[in-house]
Design a protein around this ligand. Structure first.
Ligand code: ADP
Length: 279
C-alpha cells in the first residue's frame, strides 16, 4: 500500500507488491522517461522536443485534439515507430537500444485491439504468457477473466466477442505480464458502465502497486477523475505537464477556467499556457 502526498497527489508506494519482480525498478523514481523526443513524418512534425517522466504510482492523462501527437508518442514508447530524435526509456532501458528489456516491462492497450480471430479468450492469455515467459499463469489468468467478466467466455473465439469484450481481453493480456508501465489509448471505448468502473478501479490498483500508467483519452472527466498528472499536447507541442492540482492551482482562480475541459480548450485554442508550462 502507500499514500497520496497531500499537495501533489502523487502516490508514494511504501512497499512494492511481491509480484513486482523488476529489481531494476525497485526504488526507481522514474519508470517512463522521454527526453527531447521529436518525430517527423516527412515534412509533418508530429511531436516536437517532448520531455516528461512518469514515476511509480503515477497515472498520467495524455490529452490533446486529433493530430496532437498522442498516438505517435505512445507508439514510439513501445518501439513500434523510431523517434527522429531523442531518448525514450522504460525502467532505464532505452527503447531503441535495448528494445527487449524495455518491452518486457511495458504493455500497450490500443484503442482498437487487434486480436487473433480464431484464438479463444483463454488461448490469448496462454499465448501472451508464453511470449513473455510468465510461469504458471493459470491462476492470474483466471483472476483477470473473473475481474473483467470474461470467465464465461473463456472458450469463445475472439472473433465472436463484442467490441467491449475484446477491449477487456486486451486489458487482461496486458495485466497478465504484470508490467511496470501500462499505456492505454482511449481505454473506455466500447466498455459498458460496469466495465468502465472495473477498468478505472484496476488502473488505480495497478498504480497503488507501483506501476506507471499513461492514459491517452478525450474523456476529460475520466482523466480528471483518476489521473495524478496531465500532459496537454497541441500540434505536437507540450502545453502543460504537471499534477492535476498544479493545473487547477495555476488556473483555478479564474472562474472561467475551473474544469480540465475549460483549461483544455484554452490551452489548445490559444497559446495562454505556454508561459505556465515553461516555468
Ligand atoms: P493524435 O493521436 O493526437 O490524434 P497522431 O500522433 O496520430 O495524433 O498524429 C500526429 C500528426 O502526425 C498528425 O498530423 C498526423 O497526420 C501525423 N501522422 C501520424 N502518423 C503518420 C504517418 N504514419 N505518416 C504521416 N503522418 C502521420
Amino acid at each position: 500500500m502507500g499514500r497520496y502526498h497531500d499537495l501533489s497527489r502523487t502516490f508514494i508506494p511504501t512497499s512494492y507488491s511481491s509480484k513486482r519482480v523488476c529489481t531494476h525498478c525497485l526504488g526507481a523514481t522514474v519508470v517512463i522517461e522521454l527526453v527531447d523526443f521529436h518525430k517527423a513524418y516527412g515534412s509533418t512534425i508530429a511531436v516536437r522536443e517532448l520531455s516528461f517522466s512518469v514515476a511509480p504510482g503515477q497515472i498520467l492523462g495524455l490529452v490533446g485534439p486529433n493530430g496532437a501527437g498522442k498516438t505517435t508518442t505512445l507508439r514510439a514508447l513501445t518501439g513500434m515507430i523510431p523517434p527522429s530524435r531523442g531518448d525514450l526509456r522504460v525502467c532505464g532501458f532505452n527503447v531503441c537500444k535495448s528494445p527487449l528489456e524495455a518491452k518486457r516491462r511495458l504493455a500497450l492497450v490500443p484503442d482498437d485491439p487487434q486480436l487473433f480471430r480464431e484464438l479463444t479468450v483463454e488461448q490469448h492469455l496462454a499465448f501472451t504468457a508464453g511470449a513473455y515467459g510468465i510461469r504458471n499463469p493459470d491462476e492470474a489468468a483466471n483472476q483477470l477473466l473473473t475481474q473483467f467478466d470474461l470467465i464465461e467466455k473463456r472458450h469463445v473465439a475472439a472473433g465472436e466477442l463484442s467490441r467491449g469484450m475484446r477491449q477487456k481481453l486486451a486489458i487482461s493480456c496486458a495485466y497478465l505480464i504484470n508490467p511496470e508501465a501500462v499505456l492505454f489509448d482511449e481505454p473506455l471505448t466500447g466498455l459498458d458502465p460496469r466495465g468502465i468502473r472495473i477498468l478505472k478501479q484496476s488502473i488505480q490498483a495497478r498504480a497503488e502497486q507501483g506501476a506507471s500508467i499513461i492514459i491517452s483519452s478525450h474523456l476529460l472527466a475520466m482523466v480528471e477523475d483518476i489521473c495524478t498528472h496531465v500532459l496537454i499536447l497541441n500540434r505536437g507541442q507540450q502545453k502543460f505537464f504537471g499534477t492535476i492540482e498544479n493545473l487547477h492551482r495555476e488556473f483555478g482562480s479564474d472562474d472561467q477556467l475551473c474544469s480540465l475541459e475549460d483549461i483544455f480548450f484554452a490551452a489548445t485554442d490559444s497559446e495562454m499556457l505556454e508561459a505556465a508550462s515553461a516555468s
